[in-house]
Write a protein that binds this ligand. Sequence first.
Ligand SMILES: NC(=O)c1ccc[n+]([C@@H]2O[C@H](COP(=O)([O-])OP(=O)(O)OC[C@H]3O[C@@H](n4cnc5c(N)ncnc54)[C@H](O)[C@@H]3O)[C@@H](O)[C@H]2O)c1
Length: 277
Amino acid sequence: MTEIANKTAFVTGAASGIGLALTKALLARGAKVMMADMNAEGLKAAQASLDRPDDTAIIVCDVADATSVQGAAKATIDRFGKAHLVFNNAGVSLAGLPGKFNLEDWRWIVDINIMGIVYGCETFIPLIASHGEGGHIINTASMAGHVTNPGMGPYFATKFAVVGYSEALRMELKNIGIGVSCLCPTWIKSNIHNTSDKSPGAVNSREEFKSSKAYQTVKSLIENGMSPDIYAELCMKGIGANRMHIFNDPETRQAMLDRHTSTMADYDACLTDLGIA
Ligand SMILES: NC(=O)c1ccc[n+]([C@@H]2O[C@H](COP(=O)([O-])OP(=O)(O)OC[C@H]3O[C@@H](n4cnc5c(N)ncnc54)[C@H](O)[C@@H]3O)[C@@H](O)[C@H]2O)c1
């Protein structure tokens, strides 16, 4: 589905950052948008900041709660009649080292970053299929779904899961007229570096962490990152072209190639070990 005008979009994480920028880009193309977020005050402020707030509605929704996502979907249909584009975008980050994580924090990020996307897909796929006008599901992963670095294992794990899930969905939904894309951004100006303040263990909100070099580096990269509005425009182009992955970072190209080369070296070595290379 390449046409966005007069379609209805559902966007999670719409109160801030990439979700708010996607909302603006969709409105500029004539879509109606249901903005969903767990931050009620942030949602109201975000909606008030828009040029065409009347073409939007807001719904407080916790993507980690399937019932909450189902309620938000119902509100979308009640208000706009149909849903065509679903942006499963809400996500959180979590830094730390293995052996030192609070396991509740691990479950927290899995529930939001993976299950939040699963609930969005499982809820909206039948709704899109039922109207027969086609649609597009856009899951926000990250460049962290393709290459890794030390210090954020749970985040990488969840984002790799989103990439794999989205690639499978794309094959599965092709025949019923639903496209699938996966957003794989790096360093976009947003509040993502502060989201883990809200994890159950709140380890990342401690002064010790906030003053660490690792946190200060990520904070600086996010604060000086690409404008979310520029990235959202790129996403609109990518959806129009039915692209699988939507990247924005020229500096990660070599790391992606290196990962592929090293994976293939293991693959070939294993086949040699088996004597079938
Ligand atoms: N900013 C970047 O550089 C970057 C890079 C790669 C991927 N991402 C991904 O982009 C997505 C959007 O993040 P962002 O950078 O705009 O950050 P952000 O923190 O500015 O926005 C995230 C929004 O999600 C909402 N949210 C968090 N948990 C939620 C929940 N359980 N239910 C509903 N809403 C919830 C927050 O209230 C917030 O409004 C995330 O999935 C993030 O992992 C961001």
